[in-house]
Write a protein that binds this ligand. Structure first.
Ligand SMILES: [Zn+2]
Length: 269
């Protein structure tokens, strides 16, 4: 039911052939539930684990690309929902990687249930957090540095990650965006957690300051993962490089949030 609240298609966990997105960043997730592998000479970083049943797909995708599970040294997470954190426990066990995640999502991750979604459908295998991340913290490995931007609201500790990437002799800026959607949350008269509405508002302000020309996210539908993949390698520039796209998405997401809040306030009057 939580999946329906998220507005996702039924085929979100269908397999997808893994591929290189840009530079040292590879797509290893399912059709809509994303997972990213960032390779470095000192080992690899993996962002998000999909549903519990996505983990085996991610493992297969990593090896299909010619990389090794044991080379994954660090696991990261966008947010503590079952469709992005569900596979992390298995991936942690199989890779032996250190799991670094948002301090405010840590209780949810370690309980195997985020506090925003209750009910059996939203539960997933608990995963221990080895390092708690705060806003502005960085994660570095083999010359790669990711910066954490804690952008709460969708969950208490939702994290947007950014990193520069070298490709074709140029530096680009990737944003791994979490989510700022309102997946069926009741915000009025009482939000899902205290301070949630203020969190959403401040997250939109923070996201507006992020300058990125490669927009990636927790769901492929946010940035047309599949459409761009169709065009990849067919001549012209890399379709994943779209200056301005991320800011247009943030503006639209903020507009949707404001409308939803207004709708709930009116209905509650
Ligand atoms: Zn979510």
């Amino acid at each position: 039911l939580a999946g329906i609240a998220h507005g996702q298609a039924r085929d979100w966990n269908d397999p997808l052939e893994p591929f290189r997105i840009i530079g040292n960043v590879y797509y290893v997730g399912a059709k809509d539930l994303t997972s990213y592998l960032i390779t470095t000479p000192q080992g690899d970083i993996l962002i998000d684990g999909g549903l519990p049943e996505t983990a085996s797909q991610i493992e297969r995708n990593i090896t299909t690309l010619g990389f090794k599970l044991k080379d994954v040294k660090i696991l990261l997470n966008s947010h503590a929902h079952y469709d992005h954190a569900g596979g992390l426990a298995e991936l942690k066990r199989k890779t032996g990687a250190k799991f670094e995640a948002s301090e405010r999502d840590k209780p949810g991750l370690e309980a195997g249930a985020s506090s925003e979604f209750t009910g059996v459908a939203a539960r997933y295998p608990a995963v221990a957090v080895d390092r708690a991340i705060k806003d502005g913290d960085t994660v570095s490995l083999g010359g790669v540095t990711l910066t954490a931007h804690v952008t709460p609201g969708h969950t208490k500790g939702s994290t947007t990650w950014t990193m520069p990437v070298e490709d074709d002799g140029e530096t680009h800026h990737i944003v791994f965006f979490c989510s700022t959607s309102v997946p069926g949350y009741k915000l009025v008269p009482k939000p899902v957690y205290p301070g949630q509405i203020e969190d959403y508002r401040s997250s939109f302000q923070k996201l507006k300051t992020i300058d990125a020309d490669v927009f990636l996210a927790a769901h492929g539908s946010f940035f047309d993962l599949l459409g761009k993949r169709e065009r990849l390698g067919k001549g012209g520039s890399n379709p994943y490089i779209v200056p301005g796209e991320f800011q247009r998405f943030v503006a639209n997401s903020e507009h949707q949030f404001v409308s939803e809040l207004k709708r709930q306030e009116t209905a509650n009057r």
